[in-house]
Design a protein around this ligand. Structure first.
Ligand SMILES: *[C@@H]1O[C@H](CO)[C@@H](O)[C@H](O)[C@H]1NC(C)=O
Ligand SMILES: *[C@@H]1O[C@H](CO)[C@@H](O)[C@H](O)[C@H]1NC(C)=O
Ligand SMILES: *[C@@H]1O[C@H](CO)[C@@H](O)[C@H](O)[C@H]1NC(C)=O
Ligand SMILES: *[C@@H]1O[C@H](CO)[C@@H](O)[C@H](O)[C@H]1NC(C)=O
Length: 354
């Protein structure tokens, strides 16, 4: 008991809907009592308690309403989740006293800002999940000791802009999720210092264009989500340096133009989603680099929901479709919008006809 008590940190909290004040002494005793009961029985006896479990690595604590938030955490806490509380603020010293923390999950609160000092006490943090909050910015310097952080999830916040400086000092980042924000542009050099990034999710923002050098390296992505934006054009440079890309999501944009060389750098693509765009045609040669080697495109491709004009300009695509038809999703929704004589025909049927 003493060990836990000694090194726990204190919270002072504000809730959006229902500001709460509780007797701190009382609730600390309550928490310690509950910890004791949970350790003894291995189950949570009371909905007011956070779930606490212990492994060889340390304590894991998971709090959701109606649990009351403890004022202190065990010094050996490695996993902490405080979710669905609608907290608008966390004090800068929230994480003090839990230096071994590896994972922090704060999703489904209403956090609007974080202190630049917030992560200073937890240099071993590997996973930070801030899904569904109200962040409009990050303080520069937030990650100054976060060299171990490999997963950063900022999904469904209120980010309208990003600054490269916000991500300074992240050296081990493998997964960056910025989906479901309101980003209209990205700053140049945003990813220039990431060598280990494998998964980049920019889906469901309002991006109309991307900096041409966004993915120029040194990162080697395996998964890229750009779906649900307003992209009109895919240039030949964007993916040129991504030979390891396996999953590419470009669906639900406004793509009308794809450059002939756009996919040339891709050597390992397992899945391509171009559905629900404005593609009427694609340039000759676009497909030749894709789906050739055995095993390529093994998880399929989707070209549905585009207004294809099924004339001779698609011959190249037709040939490729027939060769790869087993991997095609939504054939029934992949139809010609023109010319008149072919309107409504399935692309695959037209492709197969001599
Ligand atoms: C403990 O840590 C090791 C090494 O980081 C990890 O492989 C293992 O899964 C962890 N165990 C638990 C129960 O979290
Ligand atoms: C958080 O806000 C949501 C939406 O307003 C509400 O339904 C929920 O009850 C709130 N939760 C808490 C713990 O206050
Ligand atoms: C990349 O790292 C260099 C050297 O540490 C630094 O000067 C530069 O500002 C960093 N750029 C970004 C976008 O983080
Ligand atoms: C194919 O699509 C048409 C029109 O969109 C629909 O009426 C039909 O039921 C679909 N067939 C299959 C097998 O899904």
């Amino acid at each position: 008991m003493e060990k836990r008590e000694a090194a726990m940190s204190s919270w002072s909290l504000e809730r959006k809907q229902s500001p709460v004040g509780w007797d701190s002494h009382l609730s600390r005793i309550l928490f310690l009592l509950l910890l004791f009961v949970v350790s003894a029985q291995g189950v949570t006896p009371n909905p007011d308690a956070c779930l606490v479990s212990h492994s060889g690595n340390g304590s894991s604590i998971s709090c959701q309403p109606p649990a009351r938030l403890p004022h202190y955490f065990p010094a050996d806490t490695v996993y902490l989740a405080v979710e669905f509380f609608n907290l608008t603020q966390l004090p800068a010293n929230t994480l003090q006293g839990i230096p071994n923390l590896q994972e922090l999950h704060l999703s489904s609160n209403q956090l609007e800002d974080l202190s630049a000092k917030f992560l200073l006490p937890v240099p071993q943090l590997k996973v930070l999940d801030l899904t569904r909050n109200a962040l409009t910015r990050l303080p520069p310097g937030l990650f100054q000791v976060s060299a171990a952080l490999h997963t950063l999830v900022l999904k469904e916040n209120q980010l309208k802009v990003l600054e490269a400086s916000w991500l300074h000092s992240l050296k081990a980042l493998r997964h960056l999720d910025l989906s479901g924000n309101q980003l209209q542009t990205l700053p140049p050099g945003l990813l220039a210092n990431f060598t280990d990034l494998l998964i980049l999710d920019l889906g469901n923002n309002q991006l109309q264009t991307l900096p041409p050098d966004l993915l120029s390296g040194p990162l080697r992505l395996e998964r890229l989500h750009l779906e649900g934006n307003r992209l009109q054009e895919l240039g030949k440079g964007l993916l040129a340096h991504q030979p390891k890309l396996r999953y590419l999501f470009l669906n639900d944009n406004r793509l009308a133009t794809v450059a002939a060389g756009a996919f040339r750098g891709l050597q390992k693509l397992d899945m391509l989603d171009l559905s629900n765009n404005l593609l009427t045609t694609v340039p000759e040669g676009l497909w030749m680099s894709l789906g050739k080697a055995a095993g390529n495109m093994k998880d399929g491709f989707d070209l549905s929901g585009n207004p294809w004009i099924c004339d001779r300009k698609l011959d190249d695509l037709f040939e490729w479709l027939v060769a790869n038809e087993g991997k095609m999703f939504f054939r029934n929704d992949t139809r010609c919008a023109g010319p008149k004589a072919l309107k409504g025909q399935m692309l695959l049927v037209v492709a197969r006809s001599p």
